[in-house]
Write a protein that binds this ligand. Structure first.
Ligand code: MN
Length: 138
């Protein structure tokens, strides 16, 4: 057993995020583990660009209110306690509500060697982001 050294909070990069978001790395598994867990904090209106995870991803909201959308689907509201699973290769984005902070755990696994963990596409523009959000099924 060992205690991980404290790691600084990292600002999400402009290339793949709109608005302000910050990461804290919780787990970055050492082989043979492939687990990855980050706490991600989004300011109101902040969201990531369209992207897909090679091995899929689970997002669990711990605080606030957010939005999530899969390619071709509706924008869905996310609230504290909600968990969404995006399968391997599914294009999607996630972020805060326009007027609320949102914090989620992002849980995923590294894929096989040589395969990128996440493939990034275009930013979610204001019109896409402003689409009416549907209440998530309870
Ligand atoms: Mn994702």
């Amino acid at each position: 057993m060992h205690k991980l050294p404290a790691q600084p909070t990292v600002k999400a990069p402009r290339e793949t995020f709109t608005g302000d978001a910050w990461f804290d790395v919780v787990v970055r598994g050492e082989a043979p583990s492939r687990i990855r867990v980050n706490v991600v904090r989004f300011a109101p209106g902040a969201r990531n660009a369209w992207h897909a995870h090679a091995a899929g991803q689970t997002v669990h909201v711990t605080e606030g209110a957010g939005r999530i959308q899969a390619r071709g689907g509706e924008v869905l509201e996310m609230r504290a306690g909600d968990t969404y699973v995006t399968p391997a290769g599914e294009w999607h984005w996630h972020g805060a509500a326009p007027d609320r902070f949102m914090t989620h755990l992002a849980i995923w696994e590294a894929p096989d060697d040589g395969v990128a963990e996440t493939e990034w596409g275009e930013q979610v523009d204001d019109a896409e982001y402003a689409a009416p959000a549907k209440a998530a099924p309870r």
